[in-house]
Design a protein around this ligand. Structure first.
Ligand SMILES: Nc1ncnc2c1ncn2[C@@H]1O[C@H](COP(=O)(O)OP(=O)(O)OP(=O)(O)O)[C@@H](O)[C@H]1O
Ligand SMILES: [Mg+2]
Length: 269
C-alpha cells in the first residue's frame, strides 16, 4: 500500500482503444466519491481525452495550465486551482481535465505531470487516472506511482488479444510489481467465439474481475453525463462496477460514509 499520507493511485490502462477505459475510470471515481472518499480523476489521454465529454463538464483550466503554472513557479503552485468539480447527484469529485487542444500534448513534460500527480496524492484519498492506449513515458510514470493498475481488455479479435498479451508480458518484463496489475475483462458477454479460458491460459493469469457487456447502459451514461454507479437504474454492469471498486477498497458496499460533501469543500479552502 502507498504511504499513509499519500492517496492511492489507480491507473486504468489498456493496449487497445475503445475498450472502456474512460467509462470505467469515471465510474470508479464516482463510486469512490459516493463512498465518501476524496477523489480526483485525472484525464491523461492528452490528445483525445474524453472524461469531460463523458461527464458533460466544461473545464476552465486543464493539465496544460497546471504544468505551465508548476514550471513557472513551483513554490506558489496549488494543484487544486486547476481542477474542475463534478458535483451532480450530490457526489462531488475533482477532475484534472486533459488539454483542450491536441498540439498542447506535445509540450507536456512527464516530470511535470509526475509532480502534479504527487501533489494530488497529498490532497486526495484516491487519484484515478484514465490513459491513452500506449506504452508512453507518461503512462509508465503513472503506473510506477500506482497502487493498482487496472489493465482492461476485451476479448473480441485475435489482434486485440495478441496486444493484450504483449502488453501484459511487457509490464512484467519491465519489472513492475505484478501484484498491482489487475486484469479486468470488459464487455464479457459480447458476441465472440473466443474462449475465455484460452485467453487466460495465453496471458498466464486469470481475469481479476469481469464486467458485462451492456450497450444501452453505457450509452445512457454518456448521453446523460451520469456515471452508471450514480444512476438509480439497477443494471448488471452497474453492480459489477461497484463490486470491482468494493474489491479494491476491501470495503463492503453498504459501509459507505454518509458525509461525502463536507470534506470536499475543505479541499478548495
Ligand atoms: N461494458 C460495456 N458494455 C457496452 N458498451 C461499453 C462497455 N464499456 C464501454 N462501452 C462502450 O465502448 C465505447 C468505448 O468506451 P470508452 O470510450 O470508455 O473506451 P476507451 O478505452 O476509453 O477508448 P479510447 O481508447 O478511445 O480512449 C463507448 O461507446 C462505451 O459506451
Ligand atoms: Mg478513453
Amino acid at each position: 500500500m502507498a504511504d499513509a499520507r499519500r492517496g492511492i493511485v489507480i491507473t486504468v490502462f489498456s493496449t487497445a482503444s475503445a475498450v472502456g477505459k474512460t467509462l470505467i475510470s469515471i465510474n470508479m471515481a464516482a463510486e469512490l466519491a459516493k463512498q465518501g472518499y476524496r477523489v480526483c480523476l485525472v484525464d491523461m489521454d492528452l490528445q483525445f481525452g474524453d472524461v469531460c465529454n463523458y461527464l458533460q463538464l466544461q473545464p476552465q483550466r486543464t493539465l496544460t495550465d497546471a504544468v505551465t503554472a508548476l514550471e513557472t513557479d513551483k513554490n506558489s503552485f496549488a494543484v487544486q486551482d486547476f481542477l474542475t468539480t463534478y458535483d451532480r447527484y450530490d457526489v462531488p469529485f475533482g477532475v484534472m481535465a486533459a488539454p483542450l487542444r491536441l498540439e498542447e500534448a506535445y509540450n507536456i513534460q512527464t516530470a511535470s505531470v509526475k509532480e502534479v500527480l504527487l501533489q494530488l496524492q497529498l490532497r486526495f484519498d484516491f487519484v484515478v487516472i484514465d490513459t491513452a492506449s500506449m506504452f508512453s513515458d507518461i503512462n509508465l510514470t503513472a503506473m510506477e506511482l500506482s497502487t493498482i493498475v487496472t489493465f482492461l481488455g476485451i476479448v473480441d479479435f485475435i489482434p486485440t488479444i495478441k496486444n493484450m498479451k504483449s502488453g501484459h508480458d511487457s509490464i512484467r518484463e519491465m519489472g513492475f510489481d505484478v501484484n498491482k496489475i489487475r486484469m479486468v475483462l470488459n464487455r464479457s458477454n459480447s458476441k465472440t467465439r473466443i474462449d475465455l479460458q484460452d485467453v487466460e491460459q495465453l496471458l498466464g493469469s486469470e481475469f481479476y474481475h469481469i464486467l458485462p457487456n451492456d450497450f444501452g447502459a453505457a450509452q445512457r451514461s454518456i448521453q446523460t453525463g451520469c456515471p452508471l454507479v450514480l444512476d438509480s437504474k439497477a443494471t448488471p454492469l452497474k453492480t459489477e462496477m461497484r463490486n470491482l471498486v468494493a474489491r479494491y477498497t476491501n470495503r463492503p458496499l453498504e459501509k459507505a460514509k454518509e458525509d461525502s460533501v463536507s470534506w470536499f469543500k475543505k479541499i478548495f479552502q
